[in-house]
Design a protein around this ligand. Structure first.
Ligand code: SF4
Length: 120
C-alpha cells in the first residue's frame, strides 16, 4: 500500500511517501522526511491519525457571539466529527475566559483560546 502525506510536526512540512504492508502496518519504505520524527509520524498516520480540533462555540450574553476553542492535545481523526457535533450544540454563558474548559470527557478536553466578556 502507498500513501503520500505532509508531515505537520514542524514548519518544514516534508512531503512523505510511505510504502507499507496494509495488514501489519509495517513501513517498508519511507522517503521525503528530513528528520527521524518522520517515521513515527508516518506510522501514526497509517495506524491512528491524530489531529488538533479547533472550533468556534456559541456564547450567550457576551460581547462576542462566538468563542474560539481547541482540543488540549490531539484526538483521533475518527473522533473529530463526533466532537464537532458536540461543540455545535453548546452555548456557553458569558464570561468565558481563555483556558476555561468548555467540554471534557474521558478522552478529550476542549478549552477556550480567547476571552469573551459579559455584555453590559
Ligand atoms: S519530517 Fe521532520 S523536518 Fe520534516 S516536517 Fe516532519 S518533523 Fe519537520
Amino acid at each position: 500500500m502507498n500513501k503520500e502525506i505532509m508531515c505537520v510536526l514542524c514548519p518544514n512540512s516534508c512531503h512523505l511517501k510511505i510504502e507499507y504492508d496494509e495488514s501489519t502496518k509495517e513501513i517498508t519504505s519511507l522517503t521525503g522526511g528530513t528528520c527521524k520524527r518522520a517515521h513515527d509520524f508516518a506510522l501514526q498516520e497509517i495506524t491512528n491519525p491524530m489531529r488538533t480540533l479547533t472550533f468556534s462555540v456559541l456564547v450567550s450574553g457576551g460581547t462576542l457571539p462566538l468563542i474560539s476553542t481547541r482540543s488540549e492535545g490531539q484526538i483521533p481523526l475518527t473522533d473529530i466529527s463526533k466532537y464537532v457535533t458536540i461543540l455545535k450544540g453548546l452555548q456557553l454563558p458569558a464570561p468565558v475566559l481563555s483556558g476555561d474548559v468548555v467540554f471534557q470527557d474521558d478522552s478529550c478536553k476542549i478549552i477556550a483560546t480567547k476571552n469573551v466578556n459579559k455584555h453590559k
